[in-house]
Design a protein around this ligand. Sequence first.
Ligand code: ADP
Ligand code: 5GP
Length: 202
Amino acid sequence: MKGQILIVSGPSGSGKSTLLSRLLKEEKDLYFSISTTTRAPRQGEAHGVNYYFTDEKEFKKGIDEGEFLEWACVHNNYYGTSLKPVLRALDAGKIAIFDIDVQGFNIAKSKLGGLITSVFITTANKSELNFRLSNRGTDSAQTIQKRLENAVGEMEHILEYDYFLVNDDLQSCYENLRSILRSMRLRTLSLNVEEIIKNWNN
Ligand code: ADP
Ligand code: 5GP
């Protein structure tokens, strides 16, 4: 059994964490890749749960030591995906989920493209994104402004992804995301053909 990777990208505040935390609760054999970041923890975030929080010196050491499958600078902070735990999850036949930005997605695609299914998630419009970021109450007005500006550039990359979801109604967006995940489980990529043929012959 071979694992696969599901990459979810989209503007900050579009609802990626909300959708993924439900998916992780309700679906089996998933591995959520906890990124390392130099961003400060938000209220309610915990080290080793949402992110591994670190400083720039340690992050750069990680880059030099080849720790990251991909890393990028997003909204003035570093974010990276550690390679080793992802390889372990893939070996165990799991679907590894990355919540990463467009730059990181393209790096991951250049290295492990054959294993990746990708989804771009956004809001119905920019003002809804602004509303959600403000309503979330975790970021300053300046940070929100930066995230909104960044969102416009991110939207230009939609066509690089396999799927596009508008997270307007949470329930229907969740169901669409779950359908994508379930279709991944049906891909021949993850099959143990020898075992299937052996059983089929019996
Ligand atoms: P991201 O992980 O993409 O930055 P979050 O999951 O933190 O986004 O969601 C941003 C805010 O929007 C949160 O306060 C969340 O509760 C809210 N939210 C998520 N999805 C919806 C939705 N479909 N409708 C309304 N609010 C939503
Ligand atoms: P936030 O600060 O809102 O948690 O995340 C900001 C952005 O960084 C989001 O677009 C998120 O997908 C992205 N991000 C989170 N972790 C990683 C990572 O490991 N690598 C890359 N390239 N982007 C990441």
